[in-house]
Ligand binder design. Structure first.
Ligand SMILES: Nc1ncnc2c1ncn2[C@@H]1O[C@H](COP(=O)(O)OP(=O)(O)OP(=O)(O)O)[C@@H](O)[C@H]1O
Length: 267
């Protein structure tokens, strides 16, 4: 399933920052990372993609069909969205939250059947939370909630995953587990669009990236471009260097004691 976005624009309202002329393609088996400073428009972009916001211009095509023309059910079978971890509105159990991911596969009055429950439990197990199935969603930690929402999206069995800062509340071990999971899902042929504040994560599991700044495309390309000298410093407005260890693994580190970049010009 191919997601193709072209010339996308959106405004939250008069005077609010606009998203302008955003474009990219996400193919099956690819991890596309969305980077950019706070307030750059990353979540706004994701909410346009899933139909929660209506763009003022441009196109969003899923396998060539405008997402706006798809029924909620068809859209949910195509794309699964994992928002930033939220406070629970209702008193659901963790397992029930994950069953909800099966909704696009059920009839209007159907309850999840045995097969749906097995899929949901398997997804909960994949994120390491099987032992919390009977706990209230409201009574687990922020990181566990984030993993639960990921399990719900996996239970949806969509071909595209849209992840909004999936690692934001995770401990270091769970961040690595998440990255392994993302890489594995991409190997299974899913397309994954992942907003991240960790350029390292993009370098580890991403294929390509887009960078937003002030609602505009600041750059796009293969993730290796993020390691170009000065690129991340220009994107975030702080000195950042890339370290390459003996086996070729790249990591970002701060440059605390050097002059900070004054412009956001991308080299
Ligand atoms: N509902 C809203 N009404 C008006 N402006 C909004 C609304 N939601 C977001 N904005 C503004 O739109 C811009 C982009 O917000 P968005 O949440 O998309 O940024 P982001 O890149 O996801 O940020 P962060 O990295 O901090 O999560 C910001 O200037 C924000 O203040």
């Amino acid at each position: 399933m191919r997601l193709a976005v072209s010339g996308l624009s959106f405004a939250h309202g008069a005077g609010a920052q606009r998203l302008e002329n955003i474009g990219f393609v996400l193919d099956p088996g690819e991890v596309l990372c969305v980077l950019g400073p706070n307030g750059a428009g990353k979540t706004t972009l994701l909410r346009c993609l899933i139909g929660a916001l209506t763009p003022s211009g441009g196109s969003i095509l899923l396998d060539g069909r405008p997402v706006a023309s798809l029924s909620p059910r068809a859209l949910a079978r195509g794309m699964a969205y994992v928002p930033q971890a939220t406070q629970p509105a209702f008193g659901h159990l963790v397992g029930e939250m994950v069953f909800m991911g099966r909704s696009p596969h059920l009839g209007r009055l159907d309850m999840p059947g045995r097969a749906d429950r097995a899929i949901a439990m398997d997804c909960l197990d994949r994120v390491g939370l099987a032992h919390l199935a009977e706990r209230p969603f409201a009574a687990i930690s922020g990181g566990e909630r984030q993993l639960c929402l990921l399990a719900r999206a996996l239970a949806q069995q969509a071909r595209l995953l849209i992840l909004d800062e999936p690692a934001a509340s995770l401990d270091f071990g769970n961040q690595l587990r998440l990255l392994d999971l993302v890489a594995g899902l991409a190997r299974d042929g899913l397309g994954i669009l992942m907003v991240t504040h960790h350029p390292d994560h993009a370098l580890h599991v991403g294929n390509r990236f887009i960078a937003l700044r002030g609602g505009q495309m600041h750059g796009a390309g293969p993730v290796a471009d993020l390691a170009r000298p000065g690129y991340l410093s220009a994107l975030y407005g702080r000195g950042i260097r890339i370290i390459r260890d003996a086996d070729g693994t790249l990591a970002c580190a701060p440059l605390f004691h050097s002059p900070q970049p004054e412009s956001n010009h991308v080299p």
